[in-house]
Design a protein around this ligand. Structure first.
Ligand code: AMP
Length: 118
């Protein structure tokens, strides 16, 4: 698959505000924050989308949640937060390297901005 901007951030080839990195995942602040805290947590392995995960990815995908919890605590998000994984076109995914958004620091409102149901 083609390289993405997140792969370059993981390899530290381009700058980012990296908050955490281990053998499985990397976390950095979103360059265009949608909330006071907006952190991206990504597997180091370049999985394109949530539709591409396999059982062998379970350790890294589980690590996304434990790192999200630690970073939420570090950012003082004790009133709660939202974790989002966008998938492909209908999910409005823009970067095709699977990532979890951690958003918090203000009330985030209902889950979807659009009132169009169905
Ligand atoms: P998604 O729509 O789920 O693919 O989200 C992609 C996210 O990546 C957006 O929130 C962007 O603001 C963010 N983003 C794109 N480029 C960078 C970058 N160089 N550093 C940090 N965040 C980025």
């Amino acid at each position: 698959m083609s390289d993405t901007i997140f792969a370059k951030i993981i390899r530290k080839e381009i700058p980012a505000d990296i908050l955490y990195q281990d053998d499985l995942v990397t976390a950095f602040r979103d360059i265009n924050p949608q909330a006071p805290s907006h952190i991206l947590i990504v597997p180091n392995k370049p999985i394109a989308t949530a539709a591409d995960v396999t059982e062998e990815d379970e350790a890294a995908l589980g690590r996304l949640f434990t790192v999200a919890r630690k970073l939420a605590e570090a950012d003082g998000l004790d009133q709660g937060y939202r974790l989002i994984v966008n998938c492909k076109e209908h999910g409005h995914q823009e970067v095709f390297h699977l990532h979890m958004h951690l958003l918090g620091g203000r009330p985030l409102g209902p889950m979807l901005a659009s009132s169009q149901g169905g």
